[in-house]
Structures are given as C-alpha cells and as structure tokens.
Design a protein around this ligand. Sequence first.
Ligand SMILES: O=C(O)CCC(=O)C(=O)O
Length: 346
Amino acid sequence: MITKPELSISSMKTGELGLLHLPRYWSKRLLEIEGRLDQEKVRNEYGLDFTLMQGLGLGIVEPAEYLFHKRPSYAEFEQWIAQQLGGGPDRALVQRLNKMVRCYLEQAHQSYPIEGKDIQEPVLSADDLACWRKNGYVVLRNAVSVKDCREAETAIWDFLGMDPQNPESWYDDEHTFWVSLFQHPALNKNRASPRIRKAFEQLWGSDDLWVTVDRSSLNRPERDGIDISGPSRLHWDVSLALPIPFGIQGLLYLSDTSAEQGAFRCVPGFHHRIDQWLEKLPPEQNPREQDLESLGPVPVTGSAGDFVLWHHALPHGSGRNLANYPRVVQYIKLFPHDYGIHPVWK
Ligand SMILES: O=C(O)CCC(=O)C(=O)O
C-alpha cells in the first residue's frame, strides 16, 4: 500500500497497474511540489521518468500539471492514468515498460548510434542518409498521408476554436505559438506512423524506441508588424555541456510550408563543428546568447505530410511567417530509453 510520498519508495515498487517506477515517479513529483525533493539525488533518473511517461502515451506535461493541481493519492493517480488512456495499459505495454525500467537501472546511460545494423525496408534512401550525415537534418517526404494531416490539423483548429478559413479568428489574446493539445486520435495516429518510426530506427540504428507525446504549434502570419512566430530565435533544446550525446528531434508539417511561411530553420552541418565552436568561446560568454543568425541558418520547407528530422546539436528555430496561411506542425520524437542526457545543464 502506497500511502505517502517518500524518496525511499524504490523504482521496483508497483501499484495496481503493475508498473515499475510509477510509484516512485508519483512520489518524486509530489515531493518536488512541496519543495522537499533533493534534485541531486534523482538527477540521473530524468531519462527514466521521461521514457516511462512517454511510453505510457501520456507525455510529460499533462501528468505534471495534474499532479501539481490535484496532488492526488497514488491510487487516484493510477485511476487518472487509466482514464486518460481509456483503460489501463495493456499487459504487453506493462511488460515492455518494466523491462525498460530494469534495463535503465542496470545500464550506464551512454548513447550512440549503432553503426551498420541491417534494417529492413528503409524509408531513408542513400541520398537521404548522405544528407543527414553532412547536414544533420533530412526530410522524409510523405511520412503520413495528406488525409491524416488534415485530420490532425482540424483537431488543432477545433481545439483552438479558430476557423482556418477566417484569418480574423486566428488572432486572440489567449493562444500563443504552442498548442497544448496532447491526446487526440488523429495526433496519436501520426505518432504511430510506420514511416516516421522507420526513419528514426534507421538513424538510431535500433528498433527499441519510444515515442513522445508532444505539443503542436500554429505559426501564424505576422500581423500589424507584431512577431508572433514563437521560437524564431535560434536555440538548442539540449545541454551544451560537452560531449553532447547523439539525439534527434522531429516535426511533421500538417500544412504545406514554404520558406516564407515560417518554415523550420537550422544551421546545416553545425553538429560537426559545435565542439570547436564551444571550446573557442571565452568561458564568460553564454553560447545561447551569441549571434546565432550569423552561423547561416536555412529554411527547411515541406508539404503537408513531410517530416523533418534534425540532430539536436544544430541551432534551430521556426521562421517568421510572412505569408498568408499559418504553418501547422506536430512535434514527434522517437528515442531509445538509454539515450544520453548530460547530467549538467549548460
Ligand atoms: O517549430 C519549429 O519550426 C521549431 C521548433 C523548435 O524550435 C523546437 O522544437 O525546439
């Protein structure tokens, strides 16, 4: 019986759902909310927490918000999970997640792409892979059907309460670039796209990958000179402490996206030279505050259904939308449970 949050609750403890680590995850979040969590003691568990919640199909935002606002008992937390998933996780998923937890706790968390594994029916061609190696990004064309894109796009418009045909409805004080819609059948269908999965498998050299339940975004045309294009500033989402472990991010264009329509931008090939660039910076300089625009970002365009994969060491961001129609995007990432997370955030 799990009654109160304690750091002594081990990852091997389970509740009604039979999931390893879930009671410890619940415990840590509640202790954190109460300001009683010693972050140093749990720093190396971040990847485990992340994979467990993504693997369950919940993502990390909604469970954190639920725990923060409701501070539920452990039994209530499990009930909430079952409700979100339309029933508890099935036996096969529980087994796969529990295996992942055991592996995670047993292994050193070094991450690297495994070279030369024979993967059947590749979706990235030799030219695509050459582009990936040289530039650190690649576009998988027709990753999902236009129909599936339309359905996801419609779900996003409905969630926002906006009309895609009526520009007047696109601008309100309530919504920003990011769209916090996580659970929707159309979004889940795209997350399960076999072509997207295969592309990540090729680049990771592994078929034991988990998929994130991430946000979407609506990059609206600029209006009245107001820049509403979200993360247009080039940035990294990974720690810049060296060595930067291998990692891949991805986005799915749900609407056709031209260069001037706020397309994704990145600095091609920067993953090859980021180490030298960082080492040359005077120690008092913050790499994130440098003139990253001068590094030469390029827009990566695509049609609805095209999927962009990029190495997370590339400075990247969205462009400013100077066209007439919003750019609509769903973010999807697949990763192995033991992918490297540098313990120091820099
Ligand atoms: O949406 C984009 O084009 C960029 C997304 C981005 O910057 C990110 O996911 O960190």
